[in-house]
Ligand binder design. Structure first.
Ligand code: P6P
Length: 340
């Protein structure tokens, strides 16, 4: 099969956007460059100098791993150097990073990013990922502001993730389907390997941290029991697969079918995953691939956002599985839902 690189694909698809003058193309290319640099270090994570913790904690109160900091620095540097964004929001930074440079003075976009999701898995060699979301700025000029990020997921220009696993893949959408690119280290290029990705309407995998079972909403408890029932006609019991790295679980479910659920728990009464730079981009991708993403009641991409690190429950994956989980939530947990 003729190899098509990410760069060639982006230029080819640029015609999907008649008014595009190449800024988004360059922005996606900048993200790809940072991803290759991060992948190189993730692959060397077994070496002492970048393992272990910095001793700091991030805004989420989580121990920050050196590779977290490295990945954050790489994406911020690449986005600043590319000149296409006027501000960045990162899981690793309490506040937004306004960009006020000569080359970015006409920047039209802002990027929200989780530079290394699942980083607690770094030291045990489990796949980790980067998740990113791109919006058009809503403010008129100058460095971007918090307001530029307070947009619903439906306003996203692009959403994507990079998974640093058995191979390094970049998967993204600009609203015209989902495409996956695998890094070919021999040429240092992401090459189109999964064109026009679609998830199955129905899968047989459910991904959830059942250690929190006691504190799940009743609807989630009932759905888990439904997944575990014997019923050949509906291929149950399903398989439970939970890696603890959301990008890895969601990527597997995107390809094989399945549902990922991170509901409310006592430790995370509003859910654990963040709306801006995890749930919205992942929801954009899964919807474009024929799946669904809700907070247990409402479509993720229609939730109002009013704080940078806002959390939400997440039910994401094959549409018939999300529908079934929603049925149980409506029947058993409606009154407890965090409605927005
Ligand atoms: P728990 C990683 O921290 C993350 O945000 C997701 O990638 C992952 O699925 C989840 O949290 C793991 O959380 O509480 O099950 O360890």
């Amino acid at each position: 099969m003729k190899v098509k690189t990410l760069g060639q694909f982006i230029i080819e698809k640029q015609n999907d956007f008649p008014f595009a003058k190449g800024e988004l193309s360059r922005l996606l290319r900048d993200i790809g460059i940072a991803a290759k640099i991060v992948n190189r270090e993730v692959n060397k994570a077994g070496l002492v100098e970048i393992l272990g913790e910095t001793g700091e904690t991030n805004v989420q109160g989580e121990a920050v791993k050196k590779l977290d900091v490295f990945a954050n620095d790489q994406f911020i540097a690449a986005l600043k150097a590319g000149g296409e964004v006027c501000a960045i929001a990162s899981e690793e930074n309490d506040d937004i990073i306004p960009i006020d440079s000569e080359i970015s003075k006409n920047a039209k976009y802002v990027v929200a990013i989780d530079p290394l999701d699942g980083s607690s898995n770094i030291d045990v060699n489990v796949s980790v990922g980067t998740i990113f979301s791109i919006y058009r700025r809503t403010t008129l000029s100058g460095p971007g502001t918090l307001e530029d990020f307070m947009q619903r997921g439906t306003e996203q220009v692009a959403g994507g993730y990079i998974i640093y696993g058995s191979s390094c893949m970049m998967v993204y959408t600009t609203g015209k389907g989902v495409n996956g690119f695998t890094l070919d280290p021999s040429i240092g290029e992401f090459c189109l390997s999964h064109p026009n990705m679609h998830t199955k309407l129905q899968g047989t995998i459910y991904s959830i941290n059942e250690g929190n079972y006691l504190h799940f909403p009743d609807g989630v408890k009932k759905y888990i029991k439904y997944c575990q029932e014997e019923d050949k006609a509906t291929n149950r019991p399903y398989s439970s697969r939970y890696i603890g790295s959301g990008v890895a679980d969601i990527h597997r479910n995107l390809i094989n079918g399945g549902i990922y659920i991170y509901p409310t728990t006592t430790k995370s009464p509003k859910g654990k995953l963040r709306l801006l730079y995890e749930c919205n981009p992942l929801a954009f991708i899964i919807e474009q691939a024929g799946g669904k993403a809700t907070n247990g009641e409402k479509r993720i991409m229609e939730l109002d956002i009013n704080e940078l690190h806002q959390r939400t429950p997440l039910f994401l994956g094959s549409s018939e599985m999300v529908d079934k989980a929603m049925e149980f939530m409506a029947t058993y947990s409606a009154e407890k839902q965090i409605s927005q």
